[in-house]
Design a protein around this ligand. Structure first.
Ligand SMILES: [Zn+2]
Length: 254
């Protein structure tokens, strides 16, 4: 399996980070995309990727942090992209649920991430919460852009619109939550094409571990649910979603 969205450099993993990374093989994880949420944090995310060969990295400023994005954002992202370990720009996007940064600043910083991703020919990892319409409007202005709407949380109509733009959908722990029939409906209808598995660890653990810290090894609960919903055996879900991840994060050399 490929865990396409982790934050393994976060403090929640300070006590056992290396143990987790060293048990990837045992846990069936071939590699992870470790995601930064601001530039300082992206640097820490990258340091981890430079130490462990099955960790790749996305660099960017989360919509929550966009009010603190530096003037020279583009320059900083270009510098990061010199590293072979950097395979995506993000996470970036719009969060109109928590609104931790003003909406107009979120929009501006999102568009600047998309421009730089285009220039660097990298895919984008997009965070969207209660802003699917606005995010779709913006992505439409960047034809040919590749990426993933991570932790997708809207209905099938919206899923289709993002797939039609050539985007992938990331699904994680929430697909196992009893009340989340909407997301299960999306996966039933979408199938495996353009689907990616992710944990978003330390957040969003699958149902059996709710309230606890999430980890890459719990990705198998997501895989099992996707298998049930699509009717494909777990081994096929693994194979197809792994290929999807390799195709999207093309610099990943395996
Ligand atoms: Zn995240």
């Amino acid at each position: 399996m490929v865990d396409t969205h982790t934050h393994l450099h976060f403090h929640q993993f300070d006590l056992d980070r290396e143990d987790i990374l060293r048990s990837f093989e045992k846990d069936g994880i071939s590699f992870v995309i470790n995601v930064g949420v601001n530039l300082e944090d992206s640097k820490r995310a990258l340091e981890l990727a430079e130490k462990f060969e099955n960790v790749f990295v996305a660099v960017g400023v989360h919509p929550h942090d966009s009010k603190d994005a530096p003037e020279d954002l583009e320059k900083k992202l270009r510098e990061f992209a010199f590293s072979e370990r950097v395979v995506a720009v993000g996470e970036t996007g719009l969060d109109f649920y928590r609104n931790l940064s003003p909406r107009e600043i979120q929009v501006e910083i999102f568009e600047r991430h998309l421009s730089i991703a285009q220039e660097l020919n990298l895919p984008v990892i997009v965070h969207v919460r209660e802003a699917y319409k606005e995010a779709h409007e913006i992505l439409k202005k960047f034809p040919g852009m590749r990426g993933v709407v991570h932790s997708f949380s809207a209905n099938y109509t919206w899923a289709r619109k993002f797939l039609d733009l050539g985007f992938h959908l990331g699904v994680g722990g929430p697909i196992t939550y009893p009340k989340n029939e909407e997301l299960r409906d999306v996966v039933r209808k979408v199938g495996l094409d353009f689907l990616l598995l992710e944990t978003d660890c330390p957040f969003l653990p699958p149902q059996p571990f709710r309230g606890k810290r999430n980890e890459p090894r719990y990705l198998k609960f997501v895989l099992e649910e996707v298998s049930k919903l699509t009717g494909f055996p777990p081994v096929v879900v693994d194979e197809v979603t792994t290929e999807n991840a390799k195709r999207l994060f093309g610099k990943v050399s395996r």
